[in-house]
Design a protein around this ligand. Structure first.
Ligand SMILES: NC(=O)c1ccc[n+]([C@@H]2O[C@H](COP(=O)([O-])OP(=O)(O)OC[C@H]3O[C@@H](n4cnc5c(N)ncnc54)[C@H](O)[C@@H]3O)[C@@H](O)[C@H]2O)c1
Length: 269
């Protein structure tokens, strides 16, 4: 197993992607602290982990500095140390640029970017104070760190910022034995995918459209991202730091969707 005896905090793990990451970390032998603004969801998820005896679910709003400090204290009080942090908690956001308010900008940046910086800071201070200093941090960014959609300014700024900031932390913390990496998922099989399908004129059209935009022809399962996160948290990825790994089924590698025209062979004359 990749994470035997490791202590890993996963934020926003009461549902969606974070739950998938927490499940894989647990399966790989980690003690998993499941943190979520919805404390009941965090506790339920912790109790349903493959190794529930090694799990703990707590309420934590990562946008609140005091709650971040309490989270670190709870991890140390319960497990004795922290080896890994997955900054997964995030708020999706789409609204036209001209209508976006200052309060909305502040809210998205606070949770999707600022919280990643200051929770990482608190966790790193703990990692460096331990008898065997070191650790691994995984920040969940998005394909939005590479390419944009209309109306996603605050979200894209946060997700791009997470990657840029992560590189700075990676080079600063490498001599201290802490690695920092980002994962940029494409479209995941979470509530968002359900919402997209519900809003589409027909299920067939919706599937055809997205298949044409995702070269592997399907959305990504949360535990596929969990496998990557577990690898990045483990010593098996010891040479990797400062990376932003796209787990998007080829979405950002594709220049343009083939639909509605099927591609033909083209030959220069
Ligand atoms: N779903 C996708 O297609 C997709 C793609 C790329 C990146 N992401 C990123 O993955 C992460 C998880 O997304 P998701 O789709 O699972 O979202 P989700 O809304 O399904 O789940 C997010 C979880 O985070 C929790 N949460 C929200 N605000 C919080 C806060 N302030 N403090 C603590 N917990 C909080 C929610 O309660 C929820 O359990 C986000 O960072 C998102 O930007 C998602």
């Amino acid at each position: 197993m990749l994470l035997t005896d490791k202590v890993v905090i996963v934020t926003g793990a009461g549902g969606g992607l974070g739950a998938g990451i927490a499940r894989v970390c647990s399966r790989e032998g980690a003690n998993v602290l499941v943190a979520d603004i919805r404390g009941d969801a965090a506790q339920a998820l912790a109790e349903s982990l493959p190794c529930p005896a090694l799990g703990l679910g707590v309420a934590c709003d990562v946008g609140d500095d005091d709650a971040q400090a309490r989270l670190v204290e709870q991890a140390v009080a319960h497990f004795g140390r922290i080896d890994g942090l997955v900054n997964n908690a995030g708020i999706n956001f789409a609204k036209p640029f001209l209508d976006t308010t200052e309060a909305e900008w502040e809210r998205i940046i606070r949770v999707d970017l600022r919280a990643v910086f200051f929770l990482s800071q608190k966790v790193c201070r703990q990692m460096l104070a331990q008898s065997q200093p070191g650790g691994s941090i995984v920040n969940i960014s998005s394909v939005h760190s590479q390419a944009a959609l209309p109306g996603a300014g605050p979200y894209d700024a946060a997700k791009g910022g997470v990657v840029a900031m992560g590189k700075s932390l990676a080079v600063e913390l490498a001599p201290l034995g802490i690695r920092v990496n980002a994962i940029s998922p494409g479209l995941l099989n979470t509530q968002i995918w359900q919402d997209i399908q519900d809003a589409a004129p027909s299920a067939e059209e919706c599937l055809a459209y997205w298949k044409s935009n995702i070269p592997i022809g399907r959305v990504i399962e949360t535990e596929e991202i969990g496998e990557l996160a577990a690898f990045l948290l483990s010593p098996r990825s010891s040479s990797i730091t400062g990376a932003n790994i796209f787990a998007d089924g080829g979405m950002t590698a594709q220049l343009i969707s083939k639909e509605p025209y099927l591609s033909k062979a083209l030959e220069g004359k």
